[in-house]
Design a protein around this ligand. Structure first.
Ligand SMILES: C[S@@+](CC[C@H](N)C(=O)[O-])C[C@H]1O[C@@H](n2cnc3c(N)ncnc32)[C@H](O)[C@@H]1O
Length: 152
């Protein structure tokens, strides 16, 4: 059985996940109401994760806010350190300028290789559930991009 760890700083969101997990009687989930970067740095052993899922991170639409985006070279190298060899980093966004930014950062990261070729958007994997923010984006007419990068 796979174990899952979630991180969210918005406490009502954490509450919703925990309620859902209790209703489904899940035994394989831990949720941290804490910053994901600190969690990765301080609580997760190097090379211990099979997969990291970063689905619909805050897009920070305005140009002057782009530097707040979580996908940055330092963050990606932290993910690389925590993934086991062959592990998967799965990113998804409904904001194409963010997808382009993700591609720029991921293609420059020597630890990762796009499963389908450089800068190729993956078809939505059937295991990825439709998320709240994805639904919102689709209603606004946004396209959705899945990016699948393998730790080499
Ligand atoms: C746009 S929402 C997407 C939520 C969900 N993945 C979805 O698709 O519906 C981004 C979420 O990331 C959370 N977040 C942003 N930075 C974070 C961080 N450093 N650590 C943990 N959560 C963070 C925000 O609180 C927000 O709930």
């Amino acid at each position: 059985m796979r174990n899952y760890i979630g991180a969210e700083v918005h406490r009502p969101g954490v509450g919703r996940v925990l309620n859902g997990a209790a209703d489904a009687d899940l035994q394989n989930l831990r949720v941290y109401a804490h910053d994901a970067v600190e969690l990765l740095r301080n609580e997760i052993a190097d090379g211990s994760l099979a997969e990291v899922r970063l689905w619909f991170p805050d897009p920070w639409h305005k140009k002057r806010h782009n530097k707040r985006r979580i996908v940055q070279p330092e963050f990606v190298s932290l993910i690389a350190r925590k993934l086991a060899p062959g592990g998967l980093f799965h990113l998804a966004t409904d904001w194409m300028p963010y997808a382009e930014h993700m591609f720029d950062v991921m293609e420059a990261a020597v630890e990762f290789k796009n499963e389908l070729g450089p800068r190729v958007i993956a078809p939505r994997p059937e295991w990825r559930i439709e998320t709240h923010f994805e639904r919102r984006g689709l209603k606004l007419g946004h396209e959705v991009a899945d990016l699948l990068y393998r730790r080499v």
